[in-house]
Design a binder for this molecule. Structure first.
Ligand SMILES: *Cc1c(COP(=O)(O)O)cnc(C)c1O
Length: 377
C-alpha cells in the first residue's frame, strides 16, 4: 500500500500526460511556453481570483508574496506554529521576524484567540511592526478566514494565505487560494494538485501586486527585456510542468477531489468511535492533503505507527516538531509552554494513507488495523 499513490495516478492519466509533455518537447518552448499562460488562466478561474502567477515552488510563491508585500527587517509576520517549515522560513529569510501562533486542536489551523494575543503582545513590546498574517490551510482545510479577515482589518495587517496544502478546499462558495491579499500554493508531487517535480503559484485580485509579482519572478524585469527595475529572483514554472498540470487539473476537477472526500468520509465513519478523527467545520470543504487522526498519548501514537508498519501500512507524523522547536529558530527563545496545543499535537498526531485512487479494500484494511490496535492497547 502506498501513502499517496502517484504511480497509479500516472497510469490513469498516462496517455494524456505523455502526449502533452511530448508536445512541449517538440515545440522547444521549455521556458514560459504557452502552456504556462493557459494553466495560469485555468487556475485563476478555478479558485476565483483575477491573477495567477506561477513559479518554481510553493516556498518561492510565499517569498514572492513577501517581496511584493514589501515585508522586511523590523516587521512581525504571524504564522501558525504547527506547519511545514517553509511558512516560517521565508519570513526569516526576507529579514522579518516570524511570530509563531498556537493552533486550534480540532482544526489544526491557526488559533484565533492566540493570534489576537500575539498581535497585542507585539504592539505592547513596540520592537516590531505587525505586518502580515500567513494562515495555513493545514492538511487541506482552509483556516478561519472569516475571523482572520476581521482581525487583519482591525490591526491593518496584510493576509497571505499559505494554500500549499489547501488547493481544492473551500468555505461556502469561496475556494482555497482566493483568501487574503495574496494566496499561494505548491505543486510538489504529493500535494492535492501536484506536478512531476517542483512548482508553485501566487494568486491575487490586485493588478498592481500581480504586475510586481510577475516582475520579481523573472529577475525584477521591467517592460523591456533587458531592463531590470527591481532585484528579483529566477522562479518560473517549467512549461513541461504546466503541461502536466493542465491534464492533472482536469482530473482533479472531474473526479479526484470528489473521490478523496469519499475516502475521508469512509475513514471517519469507521474510526470515529476509536480515535479522534479530523473535524471539518460546517460549511467548510477539505481537499485532504492529509487524513490526520489524534491518539491519547505519544506512546499510543508511536505504538500504532509501529503496528501499522508491521501490517505493511505506511503512516506519517505530520509534524513531529512545531516551529518553536526548530533548531533554526533557537534564538527566538520559544518554549513548549508558550505553545501547549502545537506541542501536544506533535506527540499525538498520525496521518494515514489517503489519495483519490485508494481502493475501498485498502481503506477497510487500514481501519481494521487501527481498530485492532486500539482494542488491544
Ligand atoms: C509544501 C508546503 C510548502 C512549500 O512548498 P514547496 O513547493 O515544497 O516549496 C509551504 N507551506 C506548506 C504548508 C507546505 O505544506
Amino acid at each position: 500500500m502506498e501513502f499517496r499513490d502517484l504511480k497509479k495516478q500516472y497510469q490513469m492519466l498516462k496517455n494524456d500526460i505523455d502526449e502533452s509533455v511530448i508536445k512541449v518537447m517538440e515545440s522547444a518552448h521549455y521556458i514560459m511556453g504557452q502552456e504556462v499562460g493557459e494553466l495560469e488562466q485555468q487556475l485563476a478561474d478555478y479558485v476565483g481570483r483575477k491573477h495567477c502567477i506561477s513559479c518554481a515552488n510553493g516556498t518561492d510563491a510565499l517569498s514572492l508574496a513577501m517581496m511584493a508585500g514589501k515585508v522586511g527587517r523590523g516587521d512581525a509576520v504571524f504564522v501558525p506554529d504547527f506547519t511545514f517549515f517553509s511558512t516560517a522560513e521565508i519570513v526569516a529569510h526576507i529579514g522579518a521576524t516570524p511570530v509563531m501562533v498556537d493552533v486550534d486542536s480540532s482544526t489544526f489551523n491557526i488559533s484565533i484567540e492566540d493570534l489576537e494575543n500575539r498581535i497585542k503582545e507585539v504592539k505592547k513590546e513596540g520592537k516590531l511592526i505587525p505586518k502580515v498574517i500567513i494562515p495555513v490551510d493545514l492538511f487541506g482545510l482552509p483556516a478561519d478566514y472569516e475571523r482572520i479577515e476581521i482581525i487583519a482589518k482591525e490591526n491593518e495587517l496584510m493576509i497571505v494565505e499559505d494554500g500549499a496544502q489547501g488547493f481544492g478546499g473551500s468555505i461556502g462558495k469561496r475556494k482555497a487560494c482566493s483568501f487574503g491579499d495574496m494566496s499561494t500554493t505548491s505543486f510538489f508531487p504529493a500535494k492535492p494538485l501536484g506536478c512531476y517535480g517542483d512548482g508553485g503559484a501566487v494568486f491575487t485580485d490586485d493588478d498592481n501586486l500581480a504586475e510586481v509579482l510577475r516582475s520579481y519572478r523573472i529577475h525584477g524585469k521591467g517592460s523591456e527585456k533587458y531592463d531590470n527595475v527591481r532585484i528579483g529572483v529566477n522562479s518560473r514554472l517549467d512549461t513541461i510542468q504546466a503541461a502536466i498540470l493542465i491534464k492533472k487539473l482536469q482530473a482533479f476537477k472531474e473526479y479526484e477531489l470528489d473521490r478523496i472526500n469519499v475516502v475521508a468520509r469512509m475513514y471517519s465513519e469507521r474510526l470515529e468511535n476509536d480515535v479522534d478523527v479530523p473535524v471539518i467545520p460546517k460549511g467548510y470543504g477539505s481537499s485532504w492533503a492529509q487524513y490526520t487522526i489524534k491518539l491519547e498519548s505519544c506512546k499510543k501514537r508511536d505504538g500504532l505507527k509501529q503496528f501499522l508498519a508491521g501490517e505493511k501500512i505506511p503512516s506519517m507524523v505530520y509534524y513531529p516538531r512545531g516551529m518553536h522547536q526548530q533548531t533554526a529558530f533557537t534564538e527566538l527563545n520559544l518554549s513548549d509552554d508558550m505553545y501547549p496545543v502545537s506541542s501536544k499535537l506533535c506527540k499525538t498526531v498520525l496521518s494515514l494513507p489517503i489519495h483519490p485512487y485508494m481502493e475501498n479494500e485498502d481503506i477497510e484494511k487500514v481501519c481494521k488495523a487501527v481498530k485492532s490496535y486500539i482494542k488491544n492497547n
